[in-house]
Ligand binder design. Sequence first.
Ligand SMILES: *Cc1c(COP(=O)(O)O)cnc(C)c1O
Length: 369
Amino acid sequence: MSCDALVLAAVRGLTPYQTGKPIEELQRELGLSRVSKLASNENPLGCSFEVVKACRDVLEDIARYPDGAGFSLKAAISAHFQIDAQGLVLGNGSNDVLELIGRTFAGAGDEVIFSQFAFAVYPITVQAIGATAVQVPAKDFAHDLMAMANAITEKTKLIYIANPNNPTGTCFGQAEWDAFMAAVPQRVIVVLDEAYTEYVTQTDYADGLRELSKYPNLVVTRTFSKAYGLAGLRLGFAAASADVAGYINRVRQPFNVSSLALVAGIAALSDQEFVAEAVAVNHKEMRLWQQALTMLDLSWIPSQGNFLCVDMGMPALPIYEALLRQGVIVRPVSAYGMPNHLRISIGSDEENMHGIEALTHVIKALRAV
Ligand SMILES: *Cc1c(COP(=O)(O)O)cnc(C)c1O
């Protein structure tokens, strides 16, 4: 007997999140030795050596449960970002926190708003908690904040916003944010996902952590997976009012963050030089990609993240597959409704050279026929 009929209807309709293809999988499938993964916006520099040292020390103590309240890490986050420790929720990656927020505030019959082309975790969460997804059309691939505010109804409980957004890399500024928040009633929770905040160069960027004191309905999420280089450890957090955080923490599993992640977060925050270097390398290498794409006559969506969403000018899946055969893993975004785009993470110099070489080869071969 199949269990189809037993499963919740909302779960039956879920499409699993598509992750980047693992390096080992491609090596196994095609017998390639040289593989460059530019598919999951990971940090090409790895992580701070401080993190490695701190994790080694804590390995001795791994038989013990972690501190479920994450006291020391919250103190470190609070000190570094100058925010209230009482308003923090720690997560097993920020994806964990994004889902906890959904489960705290929305259920069957409630509406949750997010943008077209927004991070795929939002629609998955909304569907899994049985709420109604309200997807608002994007403008030039970017969040149309005013249209999102206009989509609010009596039933709206939550709005998910990514700034910068993944997979597009688009980013809005302070004036747009101010106008949006002025139009959102306080009874609606606004989740501002700032996974790529460290990479932003846009001078009018609205730093969500500096907005918290203005809006009791604002929840900002941050991650250690990108600029801090801890994607494999899983660590992120939400910052909100103590009131809001208190409720989200009730839904949270008591030991959702491992003891390794707790000490890693403190060590990672202590090494801001590492973060600065990761950001500098990203900007330098992104320019390299932009020059190569210009040479190939390909356009991309302006990005404030550590990736570029490139318009191939034709269905992108065959290009994705041809790149795999060259040992280069990028990310198709057809599931986002962008069949002609590929998202390319900015890697190390060596990985980018490999990626640019492979893409040049593939595009030239396609144009030759
Ligand atoms: C990568 C990413 C995250 C981070 O997810 P983690 O669970 O913290 O690894 C969150 N939001 C967006 C938009 C992302 O692209």
